[in-house]
Design a protein around this ligand. Sequence first.
Ligand code: IPM
Ligand code: MG
Length: 359
Amino acid sequence: MAKNRLIAILPGDGIGPEVTEQAVRVIECINAKHDTGFEIKTEPVGGTAYDIHGTPLPDSTLELAKSADAILLGAVGGPKWEAIERQHRPERALLGLRSELQLFSNLRPAILFPELASASTLKREVVSGLDIMIVRELTGGIYFGGPRGIEGEPGDRKGFNTLVYTESEVQRIAHSAFQVAMQRGKRLCSVDKANVLEVSELWREVVTAVGNSYPEVELSHMYVDNACMQLVRAPKQFDVIVTGNMFGDILSDAASMLTGSIGMLPSASLDSNGKGMYEPVHGSAPDIAGQGIANPLATILSVAMMFRSTFHEAALAGIIESAVQSALAAGLRTADIVSDGETAVSTQEMGDAVIDRIG
Ligand code: IPM
Ligand code: MG
């Protein structure tokens, strides 16, 4: 019996539409083969939405995102929209969705696919077998704190933002991270700047207290500057990292690059009920948009993450992940992960290869 399960597709800008197209084909293929009845509805977001509706997050898009059980987002942004006023920039749509839907827990895995070990700029032994998860707080911290603004007379202005976390905000992201750690290697490293910032002092205290409910998880703390260094020096020391919004933004970019294949990494942004927005970690890549050469695997793997986390369909997630693995093992490579002397396949061909291997 097929259940009704609504997935909102927000293709967005740049390569977003190309990569989500392949992910939609994967969902349709799963529907056809497994009678899963996932329903799909699509709305524009980001610069594409601004061009049509004059805003990057139109009401119709927000309404769809709210009514859906899960959201798949391609990417937003591009040079075309860089000059418009701040509140209309494509990135505002992303921040608006996160905050309106209270998607406070952002999971960003950095996994090195064995087939792609040579893609990393780091030595093979430093990264081979890498599998870490960054849990980034996504709806608080300096991104959303007030007061904020730019004030004063020209020549004498000041710009300011506020880094603020309440105890309850830290508690919920800490619980989220400990739960992730329980499903993995049971080691959690909380990253802060408690040697300088009061907000980090509180963060550390609250995370430690939440840790009492997870006696099996080994908790450690690290200053963010050191964490940055350790990520490139010896990344395999980490299992799960939990950190605030801005530190998480920075550390997750560094972590994704360890794998050398940012085109492969999915992510999830979850609320407290398991609803989530899933997106590839890579951005809109305007330089290659429209050429049909983007790697769709991060978006396809985001669907797997969605099936596992929101729909509790671990078996279906596994089918997708195995299909991706098998396509890589068969030597299929898009331009971003191709080695010298190999021929790159197109976005569509990579989508075909995954679909051929499902079922
Ligand atoms: C990310 C991005 C966003 C962020 C931007 C596009 C607003 O860098 O998802 O990491 O800073 O959170
Ligand atoms: Mg970022």
